[in-house]
Ligand binder design. Sequence first.
Ligand code: F6R
Length: 240
Amino acid sequence: MRVIVCDNYEQVSAEAARIFAAQVYLKPDSVLGLATGSTPVGMYRILADMNKRGEISFKDCKSFNLDEYYPLAPDNDQSYRYFMNVNFFDHIDIDKANTRVPDGLAQDPEAACKAYDEAIDAAGGIDIQVLGIGQNGHIAFNEPDEKLICGTHLTSLTESTINANARFFEKKEDVPTRAVTMGMASILKAKTIILLANGKAKHRAIAELLDDTITTSNPSTLLKVHPNTIIICDREAYEG
Ligand code: F6R
């Protein structure tokens, strides 16, 4: 695992954008694994600016997002589909038909999850996966537990995640309690992974990610077995 420690959030975003852009520059038809949340927003802004300046193009890329609240319609302004459109897709030249976010309204979630994993495999697998990290070490919505699930699946959010995400909603009761998420094996299959983190609140999770142990009580620690993961964090997340 390579670790890049940055002075601040702006630098985290710039470093992440540099690595992400290099991937797309070298392989214009890259399969992108994307995350929502506040952390990657700065990186998305920089990439959109590079796209506007003609430095990179996403027109031949395909993308798969990590997760989506369930049940929630894609046009709901709290949905992750909506978030991706507003924060990234609306500002770049990607063909929206080639962007996938798990279906927050699937009638048969199990079948939809299986189809999602099959679509990733059919696209050739994810070339670069962007991850944020929860204060409890979750990646995507793989929450700390005795057992973690391999493939895309429907899951319940923990109290800690609901509290952390309440800032995006009018009141805590509005935060959906379930989500469809890519599983641990789906994430670990990505060829390159970049995990972004900033702020003191992420320090405990990052400290465990950087020590010498693996535990399902901090799902991010499984990234230690991945051959090509880069952690990009600011000093507050790194040092506490
Ligand atoms: C979002 C996701 C989550 C977030 C994590 C951190 O697609 O999968 O795991 O990456 O909750 O969220 P922020 O960046 O808002 O601190």
